[in-house]
Design a protein around this ligand. Structure first.
Ligand SMILES: [Zn+2]
Length: 329
């Protein structure tokens, strides 16, 4: 594998699959999978390989004109389309500009490569404008759509792309990788909150997730006494609804496991999302019947699914915390 991604071992298989028949690369690819798996990094590496004028197997040569331009991050035959501002959509003007770009002959390489990321951020008009290019991009170009939420893309877009699914590694493999990056404190909890996506977990650790996690835990424990679910919900939303609910899901699973083990909190640290909070978990497991924990877990699972839709996040989290308050107080 090429230099930038060989440090992401869980992508090895995907890379082999992509590069096995380089000359037969489809014109439109959809890289699909949760955030934090390295889809963008792999796409950039793959673009490098596709643009190289003299690749050796699955590695760019590093010497040709194209590789030099790539190293200078100034390759005229590669274009990355992203929202102009974070959190904004990819608009039709951007896709129209892309369509014009694709009609021009490649500058150095045999083809052009375009990355659209995150593709689900395209407006409907932008997506419609892209459709024709996906059927047959001019001049043998390759379009790579990168999506954390592929189900949000129009079916017409999805059906025109060859889909490559990215999957998270097992917890043990991910934890080993995190340890190699120097992230050990809170790594397990961060991985649980990131759905085992290693890059997302690393970002969480670097952003002080462990401290944040402690605040979530404090909030939950306060709700078993006299805490206010409304103000808790406000804090949880501010710190990232998905992070908060993903963590809560792992926490409830811990509580459920502790309940089913008759509140014994033995076992390997790897069995728990919050191995350093087992005392609090055991206490809650003694107070809350397993059946109610399981029901709340269902609600949180559904809540995480709803977060990918146009739901009112604050109300969703309030509802969940009010339920917790009722169950645990
Ligand atoms: Zn090269």
């Amino acid at each position: 594998m090429a230099a930038n991604t060989e440090s992401l071992p869980w992508l090895n298989q995907t890379w082999s699959k992509l590069t096995r028949q380089l000359e037969r690369t489809p014109h439109a690819l959809l890289f699909a999978g949760q955030p934090g798996l390295g889809k963008n990094r792999l796409a950039i590496e793959f673009a490098h390989l596709l643009l190289c004028m003299n690749p050796a197997g699955d590695a760019p040569c590093g010497n040709c004109k194209s590789c030099q331009l790539f190293a200078a991050t100034n390759h005229p035959d590669m274009k990355v389309v992203t929202p102009l501002e974070e959190g904004k959509a990819i608009g039709i003007d951007q896709i129209r500009e892309l369509n014009r770009y694709l009609t021009l002959t490649p500058h150095t390489s045999a083809r052009k490569v375009v990355l659209i990321s995150p593709a689900e951020e395209m407006t409907t008009a932008a997506a419609n404008s892209l459709l024709k290019q996906l059927e047959e991009p001019p001049l043998g170009s390759v379009l790579i759509l990168i999506s954390h939420h592929p189900h949000r893309l129009p079916a017409t877009i999805r059906s025109r792309c060859s889909r490559i699914d990215f999957r998270a590694p097992e917890m043990a493999e991910a934890a080993q990788w995190l340890a190699a990056q120097g992230a050990t404190t809170g790594a397990t909890a961060a991985l649980a909150a990131a759905g085992n996506a290693p890059l997302a977990a690393l970002a969480l650790v670097e952003q002080g997730f462990v401290e944040q996690r402690d605040k979530f835990l404090t909030d939950l424990l306060s709700l078993t006494r006299d805490g206010n679910p409304i103000s808790c919900a406000e804090r949880w939303q501010k710190s990232g609804s998905e992070t908060a609910l993903a963590w809560f899901q792992g926490f409830l699973l811990d509580v459920l496991k502790a309940s089913l083990n008759a509140a014994s909190t033995q076992g390997e640290p790897g069995d728990w999302s919050n191995p350093d909070a087992l005392k609090a978990i055991a206490t809650i497991a003694q107070q809350v019947p397993a059946q109610q924990t399981a029901e709340l877990l269902e609600v949180v699972n559904e809540g995480r699914r709803l977060l990918t839709t146009q739901v009112d996040e604050r109300l969703l989290i309030e509802d969940i915390l009010i339920r917790w308050n009722r169950v645990a107080a």
